[in-house]
Design a protein around this ligand. Structure first.
Ligand code: SF4
Length: 295
């Protein structure tokens, strides 16, 4: 049985940069908080927690932290902690809170996500209605919404695109969540164009995502079994799973090596492995070695 890895997979540039930032800051001996989990991978988050990194889940937790900081600092100017912003980015108001409370902020927003936030801000200042093709509630999407200066709508499928209503005379600016499926994005844009909406479309789907999706599909098409590794809350990993399932009937989604208790088909000749953008190399190697040794 042959085991083959997808050409592109695992940590993308933005996630690697954010995770490296956290490990760098740990070395400095500070108390580190991340605003939300730094990656959608429980293994990495657990390792960071063991090293003392705490996760702020909500805006309220951040506000409370700043109050503690002011008491601890005495004068209110000193901060006992650093707050790291993850690759997904955050709404502008989070930076405002950090600034007002004099908390040290280390911004690890992925530059590609920052580009979308800036675009949404600029175009909405010009009066355009911002359409984000993506999943409402996803932190990256919530972050982008938080930079808009006017109306904004999140559209996740063609049905929502057909129902979308634009105020008369308004123009749209369409952007995409970086991890959105490219074909679905195209389908939604076509519907908006057919409906005669004027404006601009910026394909902000990240290359890392496209490359991972393309190489996952290519490998799944030739593999007898596909293993997709990633966090269960990671939308890009779920997308890889969907794509691989379309091409390969025996596709498995695993989070850790412990999930890998597979009964592989006896006739399987080629096992393909791919991994979401939040999956560390170490885990990919472990899975690869396990499959090589055990099947
Ligand atoms: Fe940045 Fe792309 Fe990674 Fe998103 S998928 S964090 S945009 S490099």
């Amino acid at each position: 049985m042959e085991v083959k890895l997808a050409e592109h997979m695992g940590f993308c540039f933005g996630v690697k940069r954010a995770v490296d930032t956290v490990y760098e800051q740990i070395k400095n001996g500070k108390t580190i908080y991340t605003y939300g989990s730094i990656v959608n991978n429980e293994e990495v988050v657990r390792d960071l927690a063991e090293k003392g990194v705490r996760v702020l889940e909500t805006r309220e937790e951040l506000t409370e932290l700043s109050e503690v900081g002011q008491e601890a600092g005495g004068s209110g100017a000193a901060s006992p902690a650093s707050v790291i912003i993850r690759a997904h980015g955050v709404p502008e108001e989070i930076f405002t809170i950090l600034q007002e409370k004099h908390l040290e902020c280390i911004d690890a927003t992925c530059p590609f996500v920052r580009r979308i936030q800036k675009k949404a801000e600029e175009e909405s200042r010009k009066g355009k209605h911002i359409v984000i093709v993506g999943n409402a509630g996803h932190p990256e999407v919530e972050g982008i919404i938080g930079w808009c200066r006017g109306p904004v709508t999140v559209i996740k499928n063609e049905e929502e695109a057909r129902k979308f209503q634009l105020s008369q005379g308004k123009k749209v600016c369409v952007v995409a969540q970086t991890t959105f499926n490219y074909n679905k994005f195209q389908g939604i844009v076509e519907i908006l164009e057919e409906r005669g909406y004027n404006g601009s479309v910026v394909n902000t789907i990240c290359n890392a995502t496209e490359e991972r999706q393309r190489s996952a599909r290519a490998l799944a098409a030739e593999a007898d079994v596909m293993i997709v590794i990633g966090g269960k809350h990671s939308s890009n990993t779920r997308r890889l799973y969907e794509i691989c399932s379309e091409e390969c009937a025996h596709t498995y989604f695993i989070q850790t090596l412990e999930d890998l208790c597979l009964e592989l088909p006896k006739t399987a000749r080629l096992v393909g492995i791919t991994a979401g953008a939040s999956t560390p190399n170490k885990l990919i190697e472990e899975v690869q070695n396990y499959v090589r040794i055990n099947f």
